[in-house]
Design a protein around this ligand. Structure first.
Ligand code: NAD
Length: 283
């Protein structure tokens, strides 16, 4: 299917980035937030990001302005009636997502593809809230979506080929590098990365190595571009703990469970970069 219009539900950290990618790729995009004010804040963030690109000479002013003109905002789901693809990026909780997909099924065209950006929930369980699960697919972007190249295109139990390939092609069209996978806990990258980062944090206590030395070790001994402590700080300690808990709940594998040290940091409000303090201190 040729995608002419995309809907994005939830314009938070991920949704705003996804909407930005779509308008930059020349696709008319409608974004829905719960209040008009939150929608406007997202529009401002997207505008600011694109302005910085023009200032750096990466984007022509007229291209920026055209992109911004392709973005419309709504608080009503009815605005998705003529969308070819709708990408959901609301809170990471199953029930709100299931409710939303049931509503989207009622409002959207029967051939519209319904995609979820969930990180750790089951795409199959979200799809099961609809009577047309064949058109439900995962499109798992990485944070920040405009900068991280990967998108995992996730095939749920009943996803049909055409919607799956439409999502894959859309991922390519908006400049990402898509990979195909099936709906298993953590999909591909988080299934590998989350237990690996948890191992790293446990090693802090076991080997009594400092965060600085652990990061130096993994960068210089394993060729990582960034040390694990710096990476967890960047992701957000609360986000990482939440993802670990979700994966542990599904797999019951001990390595998935968040290390006690991270849970304590999260409880103390040491959330990494966004709170100014995690393993490191930020200005
Ligand atoms: N942040 C990450 O690193 C990351 C990475 C990949 C995937 N994800 C996934 O993306 C999704 C969104 O995450 P986020 O970090 O952008 O969250 P966020 O809290 O920044 O944004 C969620 C937004 O959705 C809005 N919202 C909630 N219910 C809504 C509804 N019914 N309709 C419209 N808007 C609604 C909220 O007002 C909020 O602005 C989650 O499923 C998350 O697991 C997050």
């Amino acid at each position: 299917m040729e995608v002419r219009k995309v809907g994005v539900v939830g314009l938070g950290a991920m949704g705003a980035g996804i909407a930005q990618l779509c308008v930059e790729a020349g696709i008319d995009t409608v974004g829905r937030e719960v209040t008009a004010d939150l929608g406007e804040q997202a529009r401002d963030r997207i505008g600011h990001f694109l302005t910085r690109k023009t200032e750096k000479g990466q984007l022509e002013q007229s291209v920026r302005d055209d992109a911004m003109n392709r973005l419309s905002l709504t608080t009503e789901l009815d605005a998705f009636a003529d969308c070819d693809v709708v990408i959901e990026a609301i809170v990471e909780e199953l029930e709100p997502k299931r409710q939303l997909f049931a509503e989207l099924e009622r409002i959207c065209r029967p051939d519209a593809v319904l995609a979820t950006n969930t990180s750790a929930l089951s795409v199959t369980e979200i799809a099961a809230a609809t009577s047309s699960p064949g058109r439900v697919v995962g499109m798992h972007f990485f944070n920040p979506a405009p900068l991280m190249p990967l998108v995992e295109i996730v095939r749920a139990e009943l996803t049909e080929d055409e919607p799956f390939e439409t999502a894959f092609a859309l991922g390519e069209r908006i400049g990402k590098t898509p990979i195909r996978c099936h709906d298993t806990p953590g999909f591909v990258v988080n299934r590998v990365l989350i237990p690996l980062l948890n191992d790293c944090i446990r090693v802090l206590d076991e080997a009594r190595v400092s965060p600085e030395d652990l990061d130096t070790g993994m960068k210089n001994g394993a060729g990582w571009p960034m040390g694990p402590c710096a990476l967890v700080d960047l992701v957000g300690i609360d986000v990482h703990v939440h993802a670990s808990e979700a994966l542990y709940e599904k797999t019951r594998e001990q390595r998935m469970a968040p290390p006690a040290r991270l849970v304590a940091m999260r409880n103390a409000g040491l959330l990494g970069r966004k709170s100014g303090r995690g393993f490191y201190t930020y200005d």
